[in-house]
Ligand binder design. Structure first.
Ligand code: PLP
Length: 398
């Protein structure tokens, strides 16, 4: 439990954070102090149903006892072990990651975030093919460092930092013929999300995704699947690639991988070939602390059948959201516990109204409400979330 007497008063804490932070993040005026499962508590002791999930990170729930135990034990033993030495946690995690991944991904590069996993995939693709062109999808999101940003669609994210990395091209998502026109003898790789997350929770079409994969195979390019947001059970399978039988050459993962600790990984298939020694690397990548947390996370996902749970509860959430009869709604869509409601209005006021009613959710672009709860969320909490969403949409329409 948190010792409330040790905390700054919430108003002072907010003022301190506002004074010294960058101002990059729009914030809700809520001070979070504790989490358990799919619940969060603020400084006043108020409880919330968490559909932010640390932006799709807390798949096994907050403070999962098995993850807490793994972190505690490993912190007492060894936190850092450079990649020039061997370590049991890392070795075991590499074995587990490649075991649960789509077939053919037999190696993994370990890093610290989603954007780093994407950077690595681009570097490996260029190294392996000797080509430079990377094709990405309109409305896609792959991160904010210069390489990953070059593959990210939204103008507001990209424009202030141009010129970005040369060689990137965008094609419309879910339109195979446009991809077929773009992939050529200069193309190192195509990168796609299976469900576009930040772009507005837009599920990819199976024929399209398999079609792009086939194009890449035919034309000597690599197929990169970005599963940073869709991985580790989120969409109702361990990886969303399994919904469509995809076998990526490179797969980027992060977010839910290590029970909340910062970690990313780039999984690598045979078509990538061998990578020259010292051509890439990371000081913190694959440290024993995050590897121990990731091992515990994977064990929980499997033992508690959380991907299956996400499939069932996600279906329930989607169906019930579809029943909400509100003129504010343009479309409801999603896969597993990754659900979006596209509104005719801006999402921000509805998010604030939901928070007042004890539900935390996030946006995807300006007009989409996005729900990424921990996969351990109870059915009752799913139903309460839908009820609250119905209430705020009704109130907004009046
Ligand atoms: C699909 C996808 N790729 C990459 C990223 C970047 O991950 P990170 O914020 O860990 O750098 C995100 C983050 O939201 C994402 O959703």
């Amino acid at each position: 439990m948190v010792d409330a007497s040790a905390l700054l008063p919430p108003d002072d804490l907010i003022a301190l954070e506002n004074r010294h932070e960058t101002g990059l993040y729009p914030k809700q005026p809520i001070v979070l102090v504790r989490g358990e499962g799919a619940r969060l508590w603020d400084a006043a002791g108020r409880s919330y149903i968490d559909c932010v999930g640390g932006h799709g990170v807390a798949n096994v729930g907050h403070a999962h006892p098995a993850v807490v135990q793994a972190i505690t034990e490993q912190a007492q033993r060894l936190v850092i072990c450079p990649n020039g030495f061997y370590n049991e946690q890392r070795a075991r995690l590499l074995g587990e990651l490649t075991r649960i991944a789509p077939p053919g991904l037999t190696r993994a590069y370990l890093c610290n975030s989603g954007t780093e996993s994407v950077e690595a995939a681009f570097k490996f693709a260029r190294l392996s093919t000797g080509r430079t062109k990377i094709i990405a999808a309109m409305r896609g999101f792959h991160g904010r460092t210069m390489g990953a940003l070059s593959a990210t669609w939204r103008k507001e994210y990209r424009q202030p930092f141009e010129p970005l990395v040369p060689g990137f091209e965008f094609v419309p998502y879910n339109q195979l013929e446009r991809a077929a026109q773009a992939v050529d003898a200069e193309t190192a790789a195509v990168i796609l999300e299976v469900v576009q997350g930040e772009g507005g929770v837009i599920p990819g079409d199976g024929d399209y995704l398999r079609g792009v994969q086939a194009l890449c195979r035919e034309r000597g390019a690599l197929f990169i699947v970005d599963e940073v947001q869709t991985g580790f059970g989120r969409t109702g399978k361990m990886f969303a690639s399994f919904h469509h039988g995809l076998q990526p050459d490179l797969m980027c993962v992060a977010k839910g991988i290590a029970g909340g600790l910062p970690m990313g990984a780039t999984l690598i298939g045979e078509r990538v070939g061998s990578l020259p020694s010292k051509s890439h690397g990371s000081t913190f990548g694959g440290n024993p602390l995050v590897c121990a947390a990731a091992l515990a996370t994977i064990r929980c996902l499997e033992a508690e059948r959380l991907p299956e749970r996400a499939a069932e509860l996600g279906q329930r959430m989607l169906e019930r959201m579809l029943e909400i009869n509100s003129p504010q709604i343009r479309q409801v869509r999603g896969l597993g516990l990754m659900v979006g409601i596209e509104l005719k209005d801006k999402a921000a006021p509805y998010l604030a109204a939901l928070a007042e009613r004890g539900v935390l959710a996030l946006s995807a672009g300006a007009t989409v409400l996005r729900f990424l709860p921990p996969l351990v969320i109870s059915q009752e909490d799913v139903d309460t979330v839908v009820e609250r969403v119905g209430e705020v949409l009704l109130a907004g329409a009046q």
